[in-house]
Ligand binder design. Sequence first.
Ligand SMILES: *Cc1c(COP(=O)(O)O)cnc(C)c1O
Length: 337
Amino acid sequence: MTTVDLRSDTVTKPTAGMREAMFNARIGDDVFGEDESVNELEEKTAAIFGMEAGLYCPSGTMTNQIAIKCFTQPLDELIADQTAHVYRYEGGGIAFNSGVSTRLLNGYRGILTPEMIEPEINAENIHYPRTSLVVLENTVNKGGGSCYTLDQIKPIATLCKAKGLKLHLDGARIFNALAYTGDKAIEYGKYFDGISVCLSKGLGAPVGSVLLADKDTIKYARRIRKVLGGGMRQAGFLAAAGIYALDHHVERLKIDHAHAQIIAEALTRSAAVSNVLPAETNIILFDTVEPADLVLKKLAEYGIHAMSTDKHRIRFVLHLDVHPEQVEHVVRVIRNL
Ligand SMILES: *Cc1c(COP(=O)(O)O)cnc(C)c1O
């Protein structure tokens, strides 16, 4: 039976080419700064985004948490949308790792504007936590892969600069956002103090994210990574997969987006589906007439695996390991739901 795993873009497995690149990686002890593949990955990713330096970490949670630690002091407050991964899915790490409180805003599908942010910046007053950081997510995971354009980001960056706030980007799916908006990665370095770039979601590497920032921040970030136990040794085997992903798996993201369009279109025409959110990138959120768990059970009978995000809401995520025949299978099954 055809099986299609639409639970997440984290389920991808290294391709044959990626495995070969991993096998042949140039390695060394990265805690000594001697792993050539890790160094190359960090420099390459920083160059792509026009940032000074990079730090390879085991996960996006770690790059985000290190960034928050670098850009805040204990007792500070950060501003993020209420859907933000840093708040919802990082286990309360903002409070634990950085001793920082979080001011949550209600963006549209996770997208914030300077008008929403400005009134939430605390005035200088002994009663208030000091607002020191804004975190944006692009694409927004819980927003269903919704995107900021650079034109939406620029006025937020201007506001942050004027108010003396740092601006961090959780770019777990930044390449999906770039594929959709047509913005240039290199421009991003002008607007953000920190950027997390994930290699193990749509890009298909088995592990890893890179934190980008200026040299001094990355120097401090390296200390924090060590404290968190994220100093890896011959990590070049994994970094080589990241380099391969940047070279071979960025352009193809538009295939995942096209697949999402085809499936979203089929969902729109299904009587079992009451609403489909616009699928901008590789994520589709849709509401079901019957309870989501029931619909998921039916889908699973046809080998299609997905997750619910609410009682009547299901999420499909397209990725590297979903091929055109599988997309056709999904469309056929949706027709008969
Ligand atoms: C997946 C994800 C992360 C990081 O996840 P890890 O599993 O820790 O690598 C961060 N932000 C967003 C928006 C994500 O979707």
